[in-house]
Each structure stands twice: as C-alpha cells, then as structure tokens.
Design a protein around this ligand. Sequence first.
Ligand code: ATP
Ligand code: MG
Length: 562
Amino acid sequence: MTEKKRALNFLEQIIEEDLAKGLSPDKLRFRFPPEPNGYLHIGHAASICLNFGLGLTYEAPVNLRFDDTNPVKEEQEYVDAIKEDIKWLGFQWDKELYSSDYFQQLYDWAVLLIRKGKAYVDDQSSEEMARQKGTPTRPGENSPYRDRSVEENLELFERMKNGEFDEGTHVLRAKIDMASPNMLMRDPLMYRILKKSHHRTGETWKIYPMYDWTHGESDYIEQISHSLCTLEFKNHRELYDWFLDQVYSGENLRPKQREFARRNLSYTVMSKRKLLQLVEEGLVAGWDDPRMPTISGLRRRGYTPASIRNFSEAAGIAKRDNVTDLALLEFHIRNELNKTAPRVMAVLDPVKVVITNYPEGKEEQLKAENNPEDPGAGSRSIPFSREIYIERNDFREVANKKFFRLKLGHEVRLKNAYIIKANDVVKDGSGKILEIHCTYDEDSKSGSGTEASMRKVKGTIHWVSIEHALQAEVRLYDRLFTHEAPDSDKDKDFKDYINPESLQVIPTAYLEPSLENVDPGDHFQFQRLGYFNVDDDSEPGSLVFNRTVALRDSWARMQQKK
Ligand code: ATP
Ligand code: MG
C-alpha cells in the first residue's frame, strides 16, 4: 500500500493527542463492525480504509466484528460476502469476532445492572412507552414499572430469557433519567424478546440485546481503543459512556467513541435497506450488478482494489456530512487503467468498409503497441484485410471541417494500419449505408518509416478485420439514477429516479482476435471507447465485456453544456 504524505485527519489528531497524554502505542486497537444484513458498499469502504488504514499506520490490530444482534435480517451469506470484500480490498483483520459471542457476558452484565438498581423490566407496550417519552423540550414520565424491586426484576428478566413471554410483552430498560435533554438517555431499551432463530446461536436466545447496549460493551470486551463510527451516533456517545461506566473496572483500557461523516456518493443510494429493495424487486440483477455501489458490484464493473482505496483516501475523512462526486471515483479507476490496461480495438456499432485496391484474399499482420503509457507492455500483431468494420458514427457522407473522421473524398488513418480515402457508399432501399468503398495508400503503413507513413492526416479511427473478428456481448452502463441525490426528495420514492438507460446491451460487437483467451476480470482499453473488463458471465466462445468507465468524463461535459 502506498504511503502518501498528507496532513493528519482529525481522528489521527485525536489518537496523537491520546498517545501524547500517555496512551501506550501497543494499546491501540481498532475494529470494523458491519451488520451482516447486506453487502458492503462504497460507504463502508470509507470506514474500512479508515480503520484498517489506522491499523497500518500505527501497526495496531484491527478486528472484524460482525454486529449480529438482529436475527431477523442477518444471514451467513452476508458474512461470507463481507469477508471476501474486505480481503479483496487488500486488508487483513486480526480477529474475526461476533457480537453474538458476547450474548452471555452481556446478559450477565445486564443482571449486574438490575442488581445495582440500574435496569428494570417494563411490561408496557411500545406505544405506551413512546407516549411517556416526552419531547426534546418536555421531560418524559416515569414508567409505572420503574421502581420494581430488584428481586422482581431479576425473576422477570430470567423468565424473558427462558422464553416464557411473548414478543412485545416485556423489555429490559436502563434506569437513567426520563428528564434528560438527550432523548436517548430516557431509560433506553437494553433487551427485547425475539423468538427468532439466529444465524449463529440458533434457538438459544429468546431475548436479544439492543445496539447501544451491545456496541460499547463489545468494544470494552475487545479492548478497542478508538471506536470510530458515523455521525448519526454522536448523540449516542453519552449512552455509550453511561453503559461503560456500569461495567468499567478502572484498570483495563476504556474505549472511546468518536464520530466522522458518512460517505455519500452522488447519483446513487447507500442504505442497505434501499439496496436490498433494488435487488428484491429485480430492478438490478443482484447485489453484484455492475451498476450497484456495492464493493462486489464495483469489482464486477471492473474497479480495482487500489482505485477504491485511492478514492477513499482522496475523498478524505470529514467532520460534517457532504456528498462526494461520483466523478472522483471514476477519475481514480480511469487513472489506474490508463497506466495498466492493454489497448485493443473493438467496434460496437459496425459499418463495413471495403478497401477496393487491397488485393482480395491478402492478409497481413500489423504490429500494435499494447500500451503507449507502459513501454514494458510490449506489442502484438493484428490482422488486416480487404474488408473491415469501423464505427458507424466514424463516417459521414458530408461533414463540416471539424469532423476529423472519415467522410467522402477525404482521408483518415486506420489505427496501426494505413491511410484510407472514402470514395463511394452502397445503401439499401431505406438509405442505410451498407458499405463504404475506400482506397488505401499502400505506402502509408504505420511505423514503416516511409514518407507516406509520416503523412499527417487529421483523424485516426479504430477498426477490425471482418474475417478475423471475434464476436462479443458488450454491456454499457450509465449511472443508476438520474438524480444527484435520489433519496433526498421526501415526496418521491428514490426508485422513481432510476435511470431507464442505465444498462445498454450490445448483443454483437466485433473485437480483434487477440482477445480470444481472456479471463473474467481482465481489463482492457477499447481504443477511443473506454475501459472494459471481462464479465463473470463470459466464457470462451461467448465473450461478455462490461464498460467500466468511459475515456473521458462525458457526463460532466454534458452538464456544463446545459
Ligand atoms: P446502512 O445504512 O447502509 O445499513 P449501516 O451503518 O447500518 O449502513 P453497518 O453494517 O452497521 O451499516 O456499518 C458498518 C460500519 O460501516 C459502521 O461503523 C458504519 O458507521 C460504517 N458505515 C456504514 N455506512 C457508511 C458510510 N456511508 N460512510 C462511512 N461509513 C459507513
Ligand atoms: Mg449500522
């Protein structure tokens, strides 16, 4: 991983201050705590790069902790996908841990709280409790069950645990302060009854701990020095600290919660609930659909681990909510592939060109550089013959002076090949061009050193030899939503903004034959068209390519023109 010299972010400053105040560097420990209720997305990548990045900077362990306290939504499939994605991003966790491993310890501590008079069982419905909650400016009311005896609380809590009560009939609440200005401190729930099978603990538990009770105590058990979470938990910090106060021994390390802004990306949604809707309603092909902002979707689309890490680093860690431009993510993959992706020729929307003065039956192998940005990438040969395909929009019968591609009576260079001149067209009854008849300048072969080969013509276009071309399906993607912030509009459903043109499938594109033996995941630049990778659906003889990103940010240019 490349170390970049940059100013410390505010979280690193906090860590530096703690070290300066005497925290021993070997006490530093971080965690990444996903809930296994969906696939990781580019927002999670911010948290992953932050936590694992701190681990690398300070040579400190980073735990992967599955925050699995809600059996209703969690599945093993998600656990497996999350591990795969973190590894793919290039990070290695120290311990793989589960909040559910702490259920017994959390239960024992809850009993301790009851004994200390700091927690009680409430028999009211959630509606009744909500009515007593008050408002930020009006204090709440105490529950009629608040002053139950310790004995009664212990008995009821044990019976909750044993499954003697129905869901929704009892909860365990912390006894804090129903008049606190922080609503979260008004006797928050610690446990609810849920008679659901858990992906790891099975039928063992009939009660499950709430997030706030679980998270800080898990940090304490693991001795996490800095528990970094997103800003929506800022109000929870007081409760995090209160829960820690109840169990903190005074000797061990005491974890500290600090908050940073979520990563939001334009033209997409990032909530797992919404991403799940897209998957379940069939609006995308799955969690790894190349239009999804998931790590698996980006991987399938052709993004690389380094491009995502570099994007995360460039976007930075902020104190306030903000939206990062999708163009920044695209910039990083384009930048990387420009250096690494072999150049090849592919024609997506073909029109036939016949070179009338090129001998029938002749073919020759022309030399083409694989990557002008990388001299070490070498060269390959590509076949040339009398009949080739070019892109339909690279030809016009008549065009103005700014059209540097092929037009009647004018010359253009075929990339890595000859200069040709268009003389004539053959059309069908509807006026559609079937063939363009050209002649070539035999002495103009690229790289041959002749005077004619050095001749300057304004345009260069790509092509493939028809006889030698491979066929492939090519999938072109555009942003999944037409709106910059699809879920910002309260009166509309985010799905109303789905871009109907986010996927365009070209069933038959024509590729140069060097692409015969590609493997899923391989990256290429289709010259003049963009960066493409081989899709997971691809097989020898039925190739499938995805466009990862266009060569230039045409979207930004279009927006400027508006
Ligand atoms: P979602 O709203 O998508 O369900 P979440 O916060 O519930 O997200 P978790 O699995 O709980 O998802 O997140 C794991 C970690 O990743 C948490 O520490 C969380 O704060 C962080 N995280 C999640 N989304 C983002 C984001 N958009 N930007 C930065 N960090 C994030
Ligand atoms: Mg969460």
